[in-house]
Write a new protein. Structure first.
Length: 101
């Protein structure tokens, strides 16, 4: 054996590399070399995700618009109900005064 193989630093590095290979297995080899098809798959997946996010964003905006319109209509109906109640009270008061005479 040569002196460089017996060096404690080299042995430690070899041991660390062996442990890394055992832990990561083939995953580390695959991640180091990415094929064009896997890159294309990732790009395609990202494009699909962006498309879905844009569609979801648009649908959320439409929902927000509908909720805002519904809120406006509800407030208008509440105002109309209050006005109706006020007019009904006035009418009742007028009718009760006329019945006294």
């Amino acid at each position: 054996a040569t002196g460089s193989q017996m060096n404690p630093t080299n042995l430690k590095q070899q041991h660390q590399q062996q442990a890394k290979n055992e832990l990561l297995g083939s995953a580390s080899k695959e991640s180091m070399t990415s094929s064009p098809s896997s890159t294309q798959n990732v790009s395609s997946g990202i494009a699909g995700t962006m498309s879905t996010l844009n569609e979801t964003h648009q649908l959320l905006q439409e929902r927000g618009d509908k909720l805002a319109r519904m809120s406006d209509r509800t407030a208008e109906m509440a105002n109309q109900a209050n006005e109706f109640a006020r007019l009904a009270k006035l009418l009742n008061e007028k009718n009760s005064r006329q019945q006294k005479w």
